[in-house]
Design a protein around this ligand. Structure first.
Ligand code: F6P
Length: 319
C-alpha cells in the first residue's frame, strides 16, 4: 500500500472533516501518499482529484460539512460509471480507498470492490446512525444536540401557549435521532418507523392528560414514520386540541461537530488507514458501545438491529 484515496459520499455529517483529517494525517504518518477525491464517487468517475498533505487538513477539525464536497451519484451504480471510476483508480496508481459515508455508500463500495477488487475501508459517518453493527456514527451526536437545542426552545413556547407540538426529525428509515432527542428533551411521545403505533392510544393518553390538567406536549416524529403536518392534523382531529407542526430539516446536518463527533472521527480515520495497511478490505469502521470496531460491509448494510422498546419505555416512564 503506497497510495490511498479518500472521499466523502451521501449526506454530509458533522465530523466528516475531522475524519478526513484523521485519514490524511495517519497516512502521512505512515508515509503513504494520499489523494482527495471531490464529490464522492462522482470525482472518481470524472477525475476530480487532488493530492493532499499534512497541511491540506489544517484548520478543518471544527468545521461541519466536508471540504471534499459530497454527492449522491447515480452514475456510479451503472457499469459504465464503475468502469470509469476504475480507470481513474488505475491511472492515478491508487492502491486503496477510504470511503466516508453511510450505509448507501457502503452498499456502493461493496458492489464496486466485488468486481474490481480495489481494497476499500468505509468510515461510518451519517447523522442517521443507521449502520448495522455500529451504535454511533460520526455526526449523530452533533445532530442530536442541534435538534435538542431546537426542542428546548420549542418547549418554552409550547408551555407558555399551552399547545401540542409535533416535531419532525431526520433519520431516513431509522428512529435513532428521534429516540435520543425525545428522551433527552423530556418529550411526551415519539413516533419511529421501528414501532407500530395505535393512534387511538396516542390520542387517548393526550386527552386523559389534558383532563388531569396537563397543558402541553411535544411529540417527536422520525421522518421515516410520517410527517409532522399529517400527524399534527391527526392529533387535532382526534383530540380537538391545538397542535403545531415543525420540520427541523437540514439544520440537523450542519454546525460545528461536537467533541464526541470529532474524537471518534479522528480515531476511525486512523483505524481505516491501519486496516488498509494490514491488507484488510470490505469493512466499515465505527463505534460499538465505547469501542472502535470493524464490521463487514455485508453486515453493515443490513437493516439496523436495535432494541427500541427499552428506550421507548424509558421515554414513556419519564414523560
Ligand atoms: O442521510 C442523511 C439525510 O439527512 C437523511 O436524514 C435525510 O432523509 C436525507 O439525508 C436528506 O437528503 P437530501 O439532503 O438529499 O435532501
Amino acid at each position: 500500500m503506497k497510495k490511498i484515496a479518500v472521499l466523502t459520499t451521501g449526506g454530509d455529517a458533522p465530523g466528516m472533516n475531522a475524519a478526513i483529517r484523521g485519514v490524511v494525517r495517519s497516512a502521512v504518518y505512515n508515509k503513504l501518499e494520499v489523494i482527495g477525491v471531490f464529490r464522492g464517487w462522482w470525482g472518481l468517475i470524472n477525475e476530480e482529484l487532488k493530492p493532499m498533505d499534512h497541511r491540506s487538513v489544517s484548520g478543518i477539525i471544527s468545521q461541519g460539512g466536508t471540504i471534499l464536497k459530497t454527492s449522491r451519484c447515480r452514475e456510479f451504480y451503472t457499469e459504465e460509471g464503475q468502469n470509469r471510476a476504475y480507470e481513474t483508480i488505475k491511472k492515478y496508481g491508487i492502491d486503496g480507498l477510504v470511503v466516508i459515508g453511510g450505509n448507501g455508500s457502503f452498499t456502493a463500495a461493496q458492489k464496486f470492490t466485488a468486481i474490481y477488487k480495489v481494497p476499500c475501508i468505509g468510515i461510518a459517518a451519517s447523522i442517521d446512525n443507521d449502520v448495522n453493527g455500529i451504535s454511533m456514527t460520526i455526526g449523530w451526536d452533533t445532530a442530536i444536540n442541534t435538534a435538542l437545542n431546537a426542542i428546548d426552545n420549542i418547549r418554552d413556547t409550547a408551555t407558555s401557549m399551552e399547545r401540542i407540538y409535533v416535531i419532525e426529525v431526520m433519520g431516513r428509515e431509522c428512529g435513532s435521532i428521534a429516540l435520543a432527542v425525545a428522551l433527552a428533551g423530556g418529550c411526551e411521545d415519539v413516533i419511529i418507523p421501528e414501532r407500530q403505533y395505535n393512534w387511538e392510544d396516542v390520542c387517548h393518553s393526550i386527552v386523559n392528560g389534558n383532563i388531569r390538567g396537563k397543558i402541553s406536549w411535544i411529540v417527536v416524529v422520525a421522518e421515516g414514520a410520517g410527517t409532522a403536518p399529517e400527524i399534527a392534523k391527526k392529533i387535532t382531529d382526534m383530540t380537538t386540541l391545538e397542535t403545531r407542526a415543525l420540520v427541523l430539516g437540514h439544520i440537523q446536518r450542519g454546525g460545528r461537530p461536537t467533541a464526541i463527533s470529532r474524537d471518534i472521527a479522528l480515531n476511525l480515520g486512523k483505524m481505516a488507514v491501519d486496516l488498509l495497511i494490514k491488507g484488510e478490505s470490505n469493512k466499515a469502521v465505527g463505534i460499538q458501545g465505547n469501542k472502535a470496531v470493524a464490521v463487514d460491509f455485508e453486515t453493515a448494510i443490513k437493516k439496523k438491529e436495535t432494541n427500541v422498546e427499552e428506550i421507548y419505555n424509558l421515554i414513556k416512564i419519564m414523560s
